[in-house]
Design a protein around this ligand. Sequence first.
Ligand code: SF4
Length: 471
Amino acid sequence: MSLASDFIQSSAAKASDLRHRAVLKKATDNYFGKVQQSKATYLDWNHGREAARSIKWLAINQLDEMLERFESNAEKAGAIVHWAETSEEVHKILEALCARHNVRKIVKSKSMVTEEIHLNSFLEGRGMKVVETDLGEFIVQLRGEPPYHIITPVMHLTKEDVDETFHEKLGTPLGSSAEGLAGTARRVLREEYLTAEMGITGANFIVADSGAVSITENEGNARLSSSVPKIHVAISGIEKIIPRMEDLALFLPMLAVSGTGQKLTCYNTLISGPRRQNEIDGPDEFHIILLDNGRTNLLANATQREALHCIRCGACLNSCPVFRNVGGHAYGTTYQGPIGSVITPHLRGLDDWGHLASASSLCGACTDSCPVHIDLHRHLLEIRHDTTAGAKFSMVQQMILKIWAGVMRSDWLYAAASRLGRFGQKLVKAFELEGSILDPARNWTGTRKPPAIAAVTFKEWWKSRGNLAKN
Ligand code: SF4
């Protein structure tokens, strides 16, 4: 079965799962309430978006120079910088590091790039224990699931679901309170921090003018993962670059508002170099791995390159009507929702992943919600174009398209086709055939209530307003 058919099947199953949709609706409604409140504190949110867009434009259009500046400043601060073209190269770098330092246990903070390169399964396959320390990631790791959302890995779960998972995996009593469950996770994880030899984190931003890695989180787990073990490795996609430290004054609040509706995320950490001589905390070695993994393919595409501006806030997922119905797991990718549908075909191949661009109503809600104003729905349309470019249509398809084009171009044919359609709709309704094999619209009516048939067509209504319109 192709990935496209997998997607259609899993999204159809999720869309008809009313419990799943109710959980998702509650989570996204709650999110939008908080986002509105936080945006209201801005004098001009759109002005901020345009400023953020220009900064990312500058960073991505000078990516080579920015990255070299970052590398040079990071090394001056004592970091060891590695370049990786593919996930396999990251695996090799880490395998060698782990062997050199006899690493058996790794604590990890939330990082989508490590999901992208399937790092946990690689390291576990080499006999290492990898512990996710972000609470949401810890829960999905216990359940053996991938993260559901780029910001909120357990958006699909209720407190009762987590209660059951903890009961089953950690032996907590059923019916534990949320505080009790969080306390259990804290106790388990503290022990892991203290006994791990390596900590792995992602990076929300990497700052060219200082060589610093900026990490944003709400639980303090990234600080512990990066400072308690003797070795810290930060893995970052090359697109996470921003030019100056002062740019964080714009990006950190915008990421928080769009990501979770907070004015600022609880912990914002800047890391440059390992522990200095007079410092009591911090790792002995600090490694930064800069990963390409298909990003330069996107960079080479002048019309879609701006997708590299993404700061992974997740706002476009929450606002997308498709995501809100099918959820994150249906996509079968690391990056879900509109941004996932734009970047995945570039990162993992258009032939296998181009179908995701069709999972959009092109309503533009994603573009409106994006804090760096990426024109997401236009990119989705471009990918649809790229997917079908050069496609060969059968004789029947060509004939259908010709008839369709002819009807759409002719006023009277269009009016006649509408009348015919309405007549058919009335027949289906009169004989109660909706959703049956005899219903030509059964793919739609099989799972939805058809809209009521209007008394008059739009054209008839428009004509009836003729005198009014002329006035
Ligand atoms: S595309 Fe925009 S809205 Fe979507 S995750 Fe990236 S920054 Fe956020």
